[in-house]
Write a protein that binds this ligand. Structure first.
Ligand code: OGA
Ligand code: NI
Length: 357
């Protein structure tokens, strides 16, 4: 075994957190990039949207709610969705099985490892993100990544059998999130002047949904280590069930300032992904966000990334390109874009900057 490649396989952070008083140097960020543990408070009104007041039809029964959605997306690129129809007990159950998974004995979790024979990285499974360079700053986070839709792309053996209700709960959460996303995408398309099915049809039956379950252990030095470095999502759109007991998610405002995303119990966080930023020719922005760690407490999240079929092209909608608003992004395709994402995430840059004109 080539031991010089050892940096490619970092430890499980949960195990590190249980043992070390000082985070290893690979996790420590440079002086100029240190986290602001106390970030700015989002100004009122915080971007909160009641989905039960949105409609997919072209006539909006509650224009005020549509105005809130517009304002949230224009200011932040994200919003907190309430009125999504998921009961609080169901959301609590989803969190509970997620936590239950990370609390399983290591041998049990390793059955779903994202390392082939303990070495080669693959996207799906339990473990760390890919490490592409020895100088990469690592995130204080373990994750379980799995394709949840379409059925034809799911790998049965990767669905955990423990906790016993884990897989059924994740399947149910997937189905419920799909309804939410369909409604939101219809409204986003209308907001930028596209046909209401424009974004929904991009996903259609071949779109791939990735679930990423994140576990951020408590961290002995939260002022020098990130749970997840600043990034934007390469998805079409992302839905997140965030921990409602420990905050940590921060979003960068248009002014460059970092703001704490507030905890709103039973709300789902929804953010625009890079694909919609490109397709809308920059009218909607994919927000840059990051996660800070906590000295005493662990934090969990369940993230659903909606993505197009791998061969599909990504480029600005022709309807949104004209002389006044020239094309701002080059054409790419989903497969290449996602490959770029992992590469850029690891290097701390953004995939979208590679296609900006
Ligand atoms: C992500 C992400 C936020 C969170 O997984 O891309 O931004 O709160 N997660 O864990
Ligand atoms: Ni993200």
């Amino acid at each position: 075994m080539a031991s010089e490649q050892q940096w490619k396989i970092p430890p499980i952070v949960q195990e590190l957190a249980a043992g070390v008083q000082t985070p290893p140097s690979q996790y420590v960020v440079g002086e100029q990039d240190r986290p602001d543990l106390v970030a700015a408070v989002m100004p009122e009104p915080i971007p909160l949207v009641d989905l039960s007041r949105l409609s997919a039809a072209s006539d909006d029964p509650y224009p005020d709610e549509v105005a809130k959605l517009r304002s949230a997306l224009q200011s932040w690129g994200l919003f907190l969705a309430v009125g999504h129809g998921m009961e609080s007990s169901f959301l609590a159950e989803t969190m509970k099985v997620t936590k239950g998974f990370f609390k399983l004995p290591m041998e049990e979790k390793q059955k779903y490892s994202n390392r082939v024979n303990g070495r080669e990285f693959k996207l799906e499974g339990y473990g760390n993100d890919i490490v592409v360079s020895e100088n990469q700053t690592l995130d204080w986070c373990d994750r379980f990544y799995i394709i949840v839709e379409p059925e034809s792309r799911t790998i049965h053996s990767l669905w955990p059998t423990q906790p016993p209700t884990f897989s059924d709960t994740l399947r149910e959460f997937t189905a419920r999130c799909r309804e939410v996303v369909t409604l939101i995408l219809a409204n986003m398309a209308k907001l930028v002047g596209l046909h209401e099915r424009y974004f929904v049809d991009m996903l259609d039956k071949d779109g791939v949904t990735y679930a990423r379950l994140n576990y951020y252990p408590h961290c002995p030095e939260p002022d020098r280590v990130f749970g997840m470095k600043a990034h934007s999502d390469a998805s079409v759109i992302t839905v997140v069930l965030v921990d409602d007991t420990v905050s940590g998610l921060q979003v960068q405002g248009g002014d460059g300032v970092w703001y704490d995303v507030p905890i709103v119990p039973n709300a789902l966080l929804v953010n625009v992904g890079d694909v919609i930023e490109i397709m809308s020719n920059g009218l909607l922005k994919s927000p840059v966000h990051r996660v800070v760690t906590n000295l005493e407490r662990e934090r969990l999240s369940v993230v659903m990334f909606y993505s197009m079929e791998p061969e599909k092209e990504i480029e600005p909608a022709p309807e949104l390109v004209d002389e006044e608003r020239p094309r701002r992004y080059r054409k790419t395709n989903t497969k290449d874009y996602i490959a770029d994402l992992f590469e850029t995430l690891a290097r701390g840059t953004r995939a979208i900057d590679r296609v900006k004109i």
